[in-house]
Write a protein that binds this ligand. Structure first.
Ligand code: HEM
Length: 404
Protein backbone atom coordinates (compact mmCIF):
# COMPACT_ATOMS: atom_id res chain seq x y z
CA UNK A 1 0.00 0.00 0.00
CA UNK A 2 1.38 3.41 -0.99
CA UNK A 3 0.82 5.46 2.20
CA UNK A 4 2.34 8.61 0.68
CA UNK A 5 -0.19 8.42 -2.16
CA UNK A 6 -3.04 8.00 0.34
CA UNK A 7 -1.83 11.15 2.09
CA UNK A 8 -1.44 13.45 -0.91
CA UNK A 9 -4.73 12.33 -2.37
CA UNK A 10 -6.48 12.93 0.98
CA UNK A 11 -4.99 16.43 1.07
CA UNK A 12 -6.92 17.20 -2.13
CA UNK A 13 -10.15 16.37 -0.35
CA UNK A 14 -9.18 18.20 2.83
CA UNK A 15 -8.23 21.29 0.81
CA UNK A 16 -11.74 21.41 -0.64
CA UNK A 17 -13.10 21.91 2.91
CA UNK A 18 -16.85 21.64 3.54
CA UNK A 19 -17.49 21.17 -0.19
CA UNK A 20 -15.95 17.70 0.05
CA UNK A 21 -18.08 16.81 3.07
CA UNK A 22 -21.24 17.94 1.27
CA UNK A 23 -20.23 15.89 -1.78
CA UNK A 24 -19.57 12.83 0.38
CA UNK A 25 -22.93 12.97 2.14
CA UNK A 26 -24.87 13.78 -1.04
CA UNK A 27 -23.27 10.70 -2.64
CA UNK A 28 -23.97 8.53 0.41
CA UNK A 29 -27.62 9.55 0.54
CA UNK A 30 -28.04 8.79 -3.19
CA UNK A 31 -26.33 5.38 -2.92
CA UNK A 32 -28.24 4.49 0.26
CA UNK A 33 -31.18 6.81 1.04
CA UNK A 34 -31.93 4.80 4.17
CA UNK A 35 -28.75 6.17 5.81
CA UNK A 36 -30.23 9.71 5.81
CA UNK A 37 -32.27 9.12 8.96
CA UNK A 38 -29.11 8.18 10.85
CA UNK A 39 -27.77 11.72 10.65
CA UNK A 40 -29.13 14.92 12.19
CA UNK A 41 -31.64 16.84 10.08
CA UNK A 42 -29.43 19.90 10.12
CA UNK A 43 -25.95 18.77 9.07
CA UNK A 44 -24.51 22.27 8.81
CA UNK A 45 -22.18 21.86 11.77
CA UNK A 46 -21.53 18.13 12.02
CA UNK A 47 -21.07 17.18 8.45
CA UNK A 48 -17.30 16.95 8.51
CA UNK A 49 -16.84 14.59 11.47
CA UNK A 50 -17.17 11.23 9.81
CA UNK A 51 -15.29 12.18 6.67
CA UNK A 52 -12.50 14.02 8.49
CA UNK A 53 -12.01 11.07 10.84
CA UNK A 54 -11.94 8.66 7.96
CA UNK A 55 -9.28 10.66 6.16
CA UNK A 56 -7.21 11.02 9.29
CA UNK A 57 -7.39 7.34 10.09
CA UNK A 58 -6.61 6.13 6.63
CA UNK A 59 -3.72 8.45 6.08
CA UNK A 60 -2.27 7.20 9.38
CA UNK A 61 -2.77 3.63 8.36
CA UNK A 62 0.90 2.82 9.07
CA UNK A 63 0.51 3.75 12.77
CA UNK A 64 -1.18 0.43 13.31
CA UNK A 65 -1.34 -0.06 17.10
CA UNK A 66 -2.82 3.32 17.98
CA UNK A 67 -5.14 3.09 15.01
CA UNK A 68 -6.40 -0.37 15.90
CA UNK A 69 -7.28 0.69 19.45
CA UNK A 70 -8.98 3.85 18.19
CA UNK A 71 -10.99 2.14 15.43
CA UNK A 72 -12.01 -0.68 17.76
CA UNK A 73 -13.40 1.84 20.26
CA UNK A 74 -15.03 3.90 17.51
CA UNK A 75 -16.75 0.77 16.17
CA UNK A 76 -18.09 -0.11 19.62
CA UNK A 77 -19.33 3.45 20.04
CA UNK A 78 -20.96 3.47 16.58
CA UNK A 79 -23.53 1.01 17.91
CA UNK A 80 -25.37 4.06 19.25
CA UNK A 81 -26.17 5.21 15.67
CA UNK A 82 -29.15 3.73 13.93
CA UNK A 83 -31.58 4.67 11.17
CA UNK A 84 -35.36 4.45 11.00
CA UNK A 85 -37.32 2.36 8.52
CA UNK A 86 -40.52 3.57 6.88
CA UNK A 87 -42.49 2.53 9.93
CA UNK A 88 -40.03 4.44 12.13
CA UNK A 89 -38.56 1.26 13.61
CA UNK A 90 -34.84 1.45 14.48
CA UNK A 91 -32.41 -0.09 11.97
CA UNK A 92 -29.02 -0.78 13.60
CA UNK A 93 -25.74 -0.07 11.86
CA UNK A 94 -24.52 -3.17 10.00
CA UNK A 95 -21.88 -4.30 7.51
CA UNK A 96 -23.83 -2.99 4.51
CA UNK A 97 -23.65 0.55 5.92
CA UNK A 98 -19.84 0.30 5.88
CA UNK A 99 -19.96 -0.81 2.23
CA UNK A 100 -22.06 2.26 1.32
CA UNK A 101 -19.81 4.64 3.25
CA UNK A 102 -16.80 3.09 1.47
CA UNK A 103 -18.44 3.62 -1.93
CA UNK A 104 -19.26 7.25 -1.11
CA UNK A 105 -15.70 7.81 0.10
CA UNK A 106 -14.14 6.41 -3.09
CA UNK A 107 -16.53 8.42 -5.28
CA UNK A 108 -15.66 11.62 -3.37
CA UNK A 109 -11.94 10.95 -3.71
CA UNK A 110 -12.29 10.21 -7.42
CA UNK A 111 -14.01 13.55 -8.00
CA UNK A 112 -11.60 15.64 -5.95
CA UNK A 113 -8.38 13.92 -7.06
CA UNK A 114 -9.43 14.18 -10.72
CA UNK A 115 -7.12 12.94 -13.46
CA UNK A 116 -4.59 11.54 -10.94
CA UNK A 117 -7.14 9.04 -9.59
CA UNK A 118 -5.63 5.81 -10.93
CA UNK A 119 -6.75 2.19 -10.54
CA UNK A 120 -3.84 1.50 -8.19
CA UNK A 121 -4.67 4.53 -5.99
CA UNK A 122 -8.29 3.37 -5.92
CA UNK A 123 -7.18 -0.13 -4.91
CA UNK A 124 -5.03 1.29 -2.08
CA UNK A 125 -7.91 3.39 -0.72
CA UNK A 126 -10.32 0.46 -0.97
CA UNK A 127 -7.90 -1.81 0.93
CA UNK A 128 -7.21 0.81 3.62
CA UNK A 129 -10.91 1.51 4.09
CA UNK A 130 -11.72 -2.18 4.30
CA UNK A 131 -9.02 -2.62 6.94
CA UNK A 132 -10.46 0.18 9.12
CA UNK A 133 -14.09 -0.86 8.54
CA UNK A 134 -13.25 -4.41 9.65
CA UNK A 135 -11.60 -3.10 12.82
CA UNK A 136 -14.70 -1.05 13.58
CA UNK A 137 -17.03 -3.98 12.90
CA UNK A 138 -14.88 -6.20 15.15
CA UNK A 139 -14.98 -3.50 17.85
CA UNK A 140 -18.78 -3.43 17.58
CA UNK A 141 -19.09 -7.24 17.70
CA UNK A 142 -16.66 -7.58 20.62
CA UNK A 143 -18.47 -4.97 22.69
CA UNK A 144 -21.89 -6.53 22.14
CA UNK A 145 -21.52 -8.88 25.09
CA UNK A 146 -20.08 -6.18 27.32
CA UNK A 147 -22.02 -2.96 26.83
CA UNK A 148 -25.41 -1.86 25.51
CA UNK A 149 -25.44 0.11 22.19
CA UNK A 150 -26.09 3.14 24.38
CA UNK A 151 -27.07 3.70 27.97
CA UNK A 152 -30.51 5.06 28.86
CA UNK A 153 -29.97 7.53 31.67
CA UNK A 154 -32.93 8.80 33.65
CA UNK A 155 -32.65 12.36 34.89
CA UNK A 156 -33.06 12.18 38.67
CA UNK A 157 -31.97 15.70 39.59
CA UNK A 158 -31.96 19.12 37.94
CA UNK A 159 -30.37 21.97 39.84
CA UNK A 160 -30.33 25.30 38.06
CA UNK A 161 -27.35 27.09 39.57
CA UNK A 162 -27.55 30.18 37.34
CA UNK A 163 -29.76 31.29 34.48
CA UNK A 164 -27.32 29.62 32.07
CA UNK A 165 -25.81 26.78 34.13
CA UNK A 166 -27.43 23.64 35.46
CA UNK A 167 -26.24 20.54 37.27
CA UNK A 168 -27.95 17.34 36.15
CA UNK A 169 -27.85 14.03 37.95
CA UNK A 170 -28.69 10.97 35.88
CA UNK A 171 -28.98 7.27 36.61
CA UNK A 172 -27.95 4.99 33.71
CA UNK A 173 -29.84 1.70 33.26
CA UNK A 174 -26.55 -0.26 33.33
CA UNK A 175 -23.30 0.56 35.07
CA UNK A 176 -21.28 2.83 32.80
CA UNK A 177 -17.55 2.44 33.38
CA UNK A 178 -15.63 5.60 32.69
CA UNK A 179 -12.41 7.13 33.91
CA UNK A 180 -12.51 10.50 35.68
CA UNK A 181 -11.58 13.09 33.05
CA UNK A 182 -13.37 11.29 30.22
CA UNK A 183 -16.50 12.45 28.40
CA UNK A 184 -19.60 10.69 27.18
CA UNK A 185 -21.48 11.43 23.98
CA UNK A 186 -24.95 12.45 25.17
CA UNK A 187 -28.22 12.73 23.30
CA UNK A 188 -31.61 14.19 24.08
CA UNK A 189 -33.62 11.71 21.95
CA UNK A 190 -35.99 14.35 20.56
CA UNK A 191 -33.07 16.50 19.35
CA UNK A 192 -31.17 13.58 17.73
CA UNK A 193 -27.75 15.28 17.79
CA UNK A 194 -25.01 14.07 20.15
CA UNK A 195 -22.77 16.29 22.28
CA UNK A 196 -20.04 15.44 24.77
CA UNK A 197 -20.49 15.88 28.52
CA UNK A 198 -17.98 15.04 31.26
CA UNK A 199 -19.10 13.53 34.54
CA UNK A 200 -18.21 15.82 37.45
CA UNK A 201 -17.97 12.89 39.85
CA UNK A 202 -15.72 9.89 40.26
CA UNK A 203 -17.60 6.62 39.61
CA UNK A 204 -20.12 6.02 42.43
CA UNK A 205 -21.37 2.71 43.80
CA UNK A 206 -24.92 3.58 42.64
CA UNK A 207 -23.67 4.42 39.12
CA UNK A 208 -25.18 7.92 39.07
CA UNK A 209 -23.46 10.68 37.11
CA UNK A 210 -23.44 14.43 37.58
CA UNK A 211 -23.15 16.67 34.52
CA UNK A 212 -22.54 20.42 34.50
CA UNK A 213 -24.02 22.19 31.50
CA UNK A 214 -23.74 25.78 30.35
CA UNK A 215 -26.21 27.02 27.75
CA UNK A 216 -24.20 27.73 24.63
CA UNK A 217 -26.21 26.22 21.76
CA UNK A 218 -29.42 24.34 21.04
CA UNK A 219 -28.55 21.11 22.86
CA UNK A 220 -27.11 22.68 26.00
CA UNK A 221 -29.82 25.36 26.17
CA UNK A 222 -32.41 22.60 26.03
CA UNK A 223 -30.72 20.89 28.99
CA UNK A 224 -30.39 24.10 30.99
CA UNK A 225 -33.87 25.46 30.36
CA UNK A 226 -36.17 22.54 29.58
CA UNK A 227 -34.95 19.19 30.85
CA UNK A 228 -36.99 17.77 33.72
CA UNK A 229 -36.67 14.97 36.25
CA UNK A 230 -37.95 11.71 34.76
CA UNK A 231 -36.76 12.38 31.20
CA UNK A 232 -34.29 9.94 29.69
CA UNK A 233 -31.02 10.84 27.97
CA UNK A 234 -28.84 8.48 25.94
CA UNK A 235 -25.15 8.07 26.66
CA UNK A 236 -22.51 6.62 24.32
CA UNK A 237 -19.17 5.05 25.15
CA UNK A 238 -16.85 7.13 27.37
CA UNK A 239 -13.98 8.65 25.47
CA UNK A 240 -10.91 10.84 25.97
CA UNK A 241 -7.40 9.95 27.00
CA UNK A 242 -5.64 13.20 27.90
CA UNK A 243 -7.08 14.24 31.28
CA UNK A 244 -7.70 10.66 32.36
CA UNK A 245 -3.94 10.10 32.08
CA UNK A 246 -3.47 12.42 35.08
CA UNK A 247 -2.08 9.57 37.14
CA UNK A 248 0.75 8.74 34.74
CA UNK A 249 3.34 10.02 37.24
CA UNK A 250 1.76 9.83 40.73
CA UNK A 251 4.89 11.20 42.41
CA UNK A 252 4.46 14.62 40.77
CA UNK A 253 2.26 17.38 42.19
CA UNK A 254 -0.76 18.40 40.13
CA UNK A 255 -1.89 21.82 38.98
CA UNK A 256 -5.46 21.85 37.69
CA UNK A 257 -6.75 24.91 35.83
CA UNK A 258 -10.43 25.23 34.97
CA UNK A 259 -12.71 27.77 33.36
CA UNK A 260 -16.53 27.62 33.37
CA UNK A 261 -17.98 24.12 33.36
CA UNK A 262 -14.51 22.81 32.49
CA UNK A 263 -14.34 22.32 36.24
CA UNK A 264 -16.50 19.17 35.89
CA UNK A 265 -13.92 16.60 34.70
CA UNK A 266 -11.33 18.09 37.05
CA UNK A 267 -13.68 17.64 40.01
CA UNK A 268 -14.16 14.00 38.99
CA UNK A 269 -10.38 13.57 39.11
CA UNK A 270 -10.19 15.31 42.49
CA UNK A 271 -12.90 13.06 43.89
CA UNK A 272 -10.94 10.02 42.75
CA UNK A 273 -7.80 11.39 44.41
CA UNK A 274 -9.78 12.08 47.57
CA UNK A 275 -11.06 8.50 47.61
CA UNK A 276 -7.43 7.34 47.53
CA UNK A 277 -4.52 8.72 49.46
CA UNK A 278 -4.62 12.21 47.93
CA UNK A 279 -1.71 13.94 46.24
CA UNK A 280 -0.45 17.53 46.52
CA UNK A 281 -2.80 19.35 44.19
CA UNK A 282 -3.62 22.95 43.37
CA UNK A 283 -6.92 23.73 41.66
CA UNK A 284 -7.31 27.16 40.08
CA UNK A 285 -10.84 27.92 38.89
CA UNK A 286 -11.31 31.10 36.89
CA UNK A 287 -14.40 33.15 36.12
CA UNK A 288 -15.20 36.63 34.88
CA UNK A 289 -17.02 37.41 38.15
CA UNK A 290 -17.71 35.51 41.41
CA UNK A 291 -21.07 34.53 39.92
CA UNK A 292 -19.22 32.28 37.44
CA UNK A 293 -17.89 30.10 40.27
CA UNK A 294 -21.07 28.05 40.28
CA UNK A 295 -19.44 24.99 41.98
CA UNK A 296 -17.66 26.98 44.68
CA UNK A 297 -19.37 25.28 47.66
CA UNK A 298 -18.66 21.73 46.46
CA UNK A 299 -15.01 22.61 45.84
CA UNK A 300 -14.60 24.26 49.26
CA UNK A 301 -15.96 21.06 50.80
CA UNK A 302 -13.59 18.91 48.80
CA UNK A 303 -10.63 21.09 49.77
CA UNK A 304 -11.56 20.73 53.45
CA UNK A 305 -11.80 16.93 53.22
CA UNK A 306 -9.16 14.40 54.17
CA UNK A 307 -8.21 11.71 51.64
CA UNK A 308 -10.04 8.48 52.51
CA UNK A 309 -6.90 6.39 52.72
CA UNK A 310 -5.12 8.98 54.79
CA UNK A 311 -7.75 9.56 57.46
CA UNK A 312 -5.36 9.19 60.35
CA UNK A 313 -2.59 11.31 58.83
CA UNK A 314 -1.12 13.71 61.33
CA UNK A 315 0.02 16.27 58.72
CA UNK A 316 -2.11 19.40 58.88
CA UNK A 317 -1.19 20.47 55.32
CA UNK A 318 -4.29 20.18 53.11
CA UNK A 319 -3.84 17.88 50.10
CA UNK A 320 -5.91 20.23 47.94
CA UNK A 321 -5.32 23.94 47.60
CA UNK A 322 -8.39 25.47 45.97
CA UNK A 323 -7.81 28.90 44.41
CA UNK A 324 -10.85 30.60 42.89
CA UNK A 325 -9.94 33.64 40.82
CA UNK A 326 -12.07 36.24 39.05
CA UNK A 327 -11.35 38.92 36.50
CA UNK A 328 -13.77 41.46 37.98
CA UNK A 329 -14.88 41.30 41.60
CA UNK A 330 -16.00 44.44 43.47
CA UNK A 331 -16.93 42.56 46.58
CA UNK A 332 -14.34 39.83 46.36
CA UNK A 333 -11.38 39.28 48.60
CA UNK A 334 -9.85 36.34 46.73
CA UNK A 335 -7.45 36.21 43.79
CA UNK A 336 -8.05 38.53 40.86
CA UNK A 337 -6.97 37.75 37.30
CA UNK A 338 -7.39 35.16 34.59
CA UNK A 339 -6.95 31.54 35.69
CA UNK A 340 -3.65 31.19 33.80
CA UNK A 341 -2.19 34.40 35.28
CA UNK A 342 -3.23 33.44 38.81
CA UNK A 343 -1.79 29.95 38.36
CA UNK A 344 1.50 31.46 37.23
CA UNK A 345 1.48 34.03 40.02
CA UNK A 346 0.93 31.53 42.78
CA UNK A 347 3.79 29.63 41.21
CA UNK A 348 3.15 26.19 39.78
CA UNK A 349 5.93 23.93 40.85
CA UNK A 350 8.15 23.27 37.83
CA UNK A 351 7.74 19.52 38.19
CA UNK A 352 3.92 19.59 38.33
CA UNK A 353 1.70 17.95 35.74
CA UNK A 354 -0.76 20.59 34.57
CA UNK A 355 -4.32 19.78 33.50
CA UNK A 356 -6.33 22.44 31.68
CA UNK A 357 -10.05 22.30 30.92
CA UNK A 358 -12.43 25.00 29.75
CA UNK A 359 -13.82 26.54 26.59
CA UNK A 360 -11.59 26.30 23.50
CA UNK A 361 -10.73 30.01 23.92
CA UNK A 362 -9.81 29.64 27.59
CA UNK A 363 -7.82 26.48 26.91
CA UNK A 364 -5.86 28.06 24.06
CA UNK A 365 -5.07 31.19 26.06
CA UNK A 366 -4.05 29.18 29.14
CA UNK A 367 -1.78 26.84 27.21
CA UNK A 368 -0.18 29.81 25.44
CA UNK A 369 0.43 31.64 28.76
CA UNK A 370 1.88 28.54 30.43
CA UNK A 371 4.11 27.75 27.46
CA UNK A 372 5.34 31.35 27.28
CA UNK A 373 6.32 31.00 30.95
CA UNK A 374 8.42 27.94 30.37
CA UNK A 375 5.99 25.15 31.28
CA UNK A 376 7.08 22.20 29.21
CA UNK A 377 4.46 20.98 26.74
CA UNK A 378 4.86 17.39 27.85
CA UNK A 379 3.76 18.48 31.35
CA UNK A 380 0.47 19.80 29.92
CA UNK A 381 -2.58 17.56 29.71
CA UNK A 382 -5.34 19.17 27.70
CA UNK A 383 -8.37 17.33 26.43
CA UNK A 384 -9.69 18.52 23.12
CA UNK A 385 -13.12 16.93 22.96
CA UNK A 386 -13.50 18.01 19.39
CA UNK A 387 -11.79 15.28 17.40
CA UNK A 388 -9.24 17.93 16.55
CA UNK A 389 -6.73 15.14 16.03
CA UNK A 390 -8.43 14.99 12.66
CA UNK A 391 -7.97 17.76 10.14
CA UNK A 392 -11.41 19.37 10.43
CA UNK A 393 -12.93 20.49 7.17
CA UNK A 394 -15.31 23.06 8.61
CA UNK A 395 -15.46 25.25 11.66
CA UNK A 396 -17.94 24.24 14.33
CA UNK A 397 -20.40 26.25 16.37
CA UNK A 398 -19.91 26.77 20.09
CA UNK A 399 -22.13 23.85 20.98
CA UNK A 400 -20.98 21.42 18.33
CA UNK A 401 -18.18 19.85 20.26
CA UNK A 402 -18.14 19.67 23.99
CA UNK A 403 -20.49 21.68 26.13
CA UNK A 404 -18.30 21.88 29.21
C1 HEM B 1 -14.41 3.54 8.74
C2 HEM B 1 -15.62 4.06 8.85
C3 HEM B 1 -16.07 5.16 9.78
C4 HEM B 1 -15.38 6.08 10.52
C5 HEM B 1 -13.87 6.24 10.63
C6 HEM B 1 -16.33 6.90 11.21
C7 HEM B 1 -16.02 7.94 12.08
C8 HEM B 1 -16.92 8.73 12.74
C9 HEM B 1 -16.62 9.73 13.72
C10 HEM B 1 -15.24 10.06 14.25
C11 HEM B 1 -17.77 10.31 14.10
C12 HEM B 1 -17.94 11.43 15.13
C13 HEM B 1 -18.34 10.81 16.45
C14 HEM B 1 -18.66 11.84 17.49
O1 HEM B 1 -18.27 12.99 17.40
O2 HEM B 1 -19.30 11.50 18.46
C15 HEM B 1 -18.81 9.65 13.38
C16 HEM B 1 -20.14 9.98 13.53
C17 HEM B 1 -21.13 9.31 12.88
N1 HEM B 1 -21.01 8.23 12.05
FE1 HEM B 1 -19.32 7.27 11.56
N2 HEM B 1 -17.59 6.48 10.88
C18 HEM B 1 -17.47 5.43 10.02
C19 HEM B 1 -18.49 4.70 9.47
C20 HEM B 1 -19.82 4.99 9.61
C21 HEM B 1 -20.88 4.27 8.96
C22 HEM B 1 -20.72 3.06 8.05
C23 HEM B 1 -22.03 4.90 9.31
C24 HEM B 1 -23.44 4.59 8.86
C25 HEM B 1 -23.85 4.93 7.66
C26 HEM B 1 -21.70 5.99 10.21
C27 HEM B 1 -22.58 6.84 10.80
C28 HEM B 1 -22.25 7.87 11.64
C29 HEM B 1 -23.24 8.74 12.24
C30 HEM B 1 -24.74 8.68 12.06
C31 HEM B 1 -22.53 9.67 13.00
C32 HEM B 1 -23.10 10.84 13.84
C33 HEM B 1 -23.07 12.05 13.00
C34 HEM B 1 -23.51 13.26 13.78
O3 HEM B 1 -24.34 13.16 14.67
O4 HEM B 1 -23.01 14.33 13.44
N3 HEM B 1 -20.33 5.99 10.37
N4 HEM B 1 -18.31 8.70 12.56
Amino acid sequence: MDVAALRWSWNRVAAAGPRAARHFYATLFVIAPETRTMFPTNMQYQEDKLLAALGHIITNIDNSDALAAFAHHLGADHRRFYGLDVEERPVPLAERHYIWVGQALLATLADFVGSEWTPSLRADWAAAYEFVAKLMLTGAADSEQLTPPFWQAEVIGVERRRSDVCVLTVRPNYLCNYLPGQSLPTQVPTLRTWRYLSPANAPRPDGTLEFHVRAAGRFSTHLVRRIAVGEVLRLGHPTGTALSAYNRAPHRPLLLIAGGTGVAPLRAILEELQQGSGRPTTLVVGGKSPDDLYDHQALLKLAASTPAMNATASSSAPWLRYVPTVEIGWDWDGEVGRAADTALRIGPSKDADVLVCGSPTMTRATVAALSANGIDSDRLLVERFDHSVYPLLASADTDSQKTT
